[in-house]
Write a protein that binds this ligand. Structure first.
Ligand code: AMP
Ligand code: GLY
Length: 416
């Protein structure tokens, strides 16, 4: 089977690894990929959705897997173009991918289908935003479009709110677009993933992501500094409640709205005292959650995804290991405001009891890996208990270093 995976980060490195390790043999192609990914996958030359799909047709690709979201909503939409070319795609059509691409679309969908979420007001100007905030802090401000996880500000006071409003509505840091003023929700967060195949779905092992750059959840939001996954995180009837109040109505809502969906659907939830509420949908696996969740999956992941893209949900093809999986991100100097490239990474070869996925690296002229992005490397370790996984992931991650490396020291410890 020939599979083309779209994306270039740690999540795609983890997805490609899981495909490679499956009993169903897969020859993998990657676009745009990375030097680390090209050790497992063949590179693809393309400059947009149409040329990517032409490549797939010419090379008789059997399956397209959307790792990241951007191509799902670009041009005519990756899944739409695959469908027109008769290529099964794991990832939704452009119309359904609006659940991630437009926060207002997602909010309207949730209201329409009575899915619990925080209250919100869409605004276009600073003046409207101030009226909607009405002096109530904390408040949550969200740019209504794709912003690589950086378009959200949880503002504790007026000063923070005014700074973010200026960036988004005056400087247009993320381009044109509206802003949502959202009710601040409190509680632990959890990331839920479902494999959705039309009306059917399977809930995978849940995860918890650590979004802030510094320990104790301080500092600005990042793309994610680490994640923990275990079936044990479904305490009591949590899984059943999330299924009944959120996952099931979402899948039914997609059906009712005529939005066919095949692919991973990610529910970012806040476990509030009033029950779980949706913070956001993403039409893909989480990053870095994928790096923690996928190593817990055994069975035939490649066949599972391939069958799903062809319209058959086959939960029997995969199993989830007991225990805990924890991934720890090493980020480059300056992240998340900026990122420094060109710092040589050492020690990756010494990691023996964990996996290393590359998020933002490249090979330099002498063949060494160096930093080439904000999030650089993700080290993932498993353990029978959370404590054992924490100890192992830190022991292994300590072997890796580069100048300016930033890493949290409370992944898997805080928020439990
Ligand atoms: P998002 O990109 O929508 O996932 O938001 C990024 C992060 O901001 C989330 O993971 C939360 O930690 C926080 N956040 C987003 N929306 C809210 C909300 N309504 N209340 C509290 N925190 C939020
Ligand atoms: N870990 C957050 C995300 O993938 O959006």
């Amino acid at each position: 089977m020939k599979v083309l995976v779209v994306g270039k980060g740690g999540r795609e490195h983890a997805i490609i690894t899981a495909l490679k390790e499956s009993p169903t043999e897969a020859e993998i192609y990657s676009f745009p990929g990375s030097d680390a990914i090209f050790e497992l996958a063949k590179p693809v030359e393309a400059d947009g959705v149409a040329s990517l799909v032409s490549f797939m047709t010419e090379n008789e690709i059997d399956l397209c897997v959307a790792g990241e979201e951007s191509y799902l909503v670009k041009d005519e939409g990756l899944a739409n173009a695959c469908e027109a070319a008769g290529i099964p795609c794991w990832g939704p059509h452009k119309e359904a991918a609006q659940l991630e691409a437009s926060k207002e679309f997602a909010k309207e969908f949730m209201v329409r289908h009575a899915i619990p979420t925080g209250g919100y007001t869409p605004v276009e100007t600073i003046e409207e935003a101030r009226v909607a905030i009405a002096g109530q802090y904390p408040t949550v401000l969200k740019f209504d479009g794709l912003a690589a996880g950086k378009g959200v500000a949880v503002c504790l006071d007026e000063k923070m709110a005014e700074e973010f409003l200026d960036e988004v509505l005056v400087q247009r840091k993320f381009g044109a677009g509206r802003l949502l003023v959202e009710e601040f929700l409190e509680g632990p967060e959890i990331s839920i993933f479902a494999s959705v195949v039309d009306e059917e779905y399977q809930i995978l092992a849940p995860a918890r992501d650590y979004k802030r750059i510094y320990d104790a959840d301080e500092g600005p939001n990042t793309g994610g500094m680490g994640a923990v996954s275990s079936l044990e995180m479904f305490e009591g009837d949590l899984r059943e409640v999330i299924d009944a109040t959120i996952v099931k109505p979402t899948v039914e809502g997609l059906k009712k709205d005529g939005l066919p969906y095949r692919g991973f659907l990610y529910f970012g939830l806040m476990l509030t005292p009033q029950g779980p509420k949706v913070i956001e949908y993403n039409c893909r696996f989480g990053d870095p959650e994928a790096e923690a969740v996928l190593p817990l999956i055994t069975g035939d992941f490649a066949a599972y995804v391939s069958e799903g893209a062809r319209g058959e949900l086959r939960p029997d093809l995969i199993q989830f290991s007991d225990g805990w999986s924890i991934c720890l991100v090493s980020a480059s100097a300056g992240y998340p405001a900026s990122s420094r490239s060109g710092d040589v990474i050492s020690g990756v070869g010494e990691v023996s009891n964990a996996r290393v996925f590359h998020a933002g690296t490249k090979r330099n002229a002498s063949g060494q890996f160096e930093t080439a992005g904000g999030r650089v490397l993700v080290v993932v370790a498993k353990g029978e208990t959370r404590e054992a996984a924490v100890a192992r992931v830190y022991e292994e991650s300590d072997k890796v270093s580069f100048d300016g490396m930033q890493r949290r020291s409370d992944i898997g410890i805080r928020n439990f």
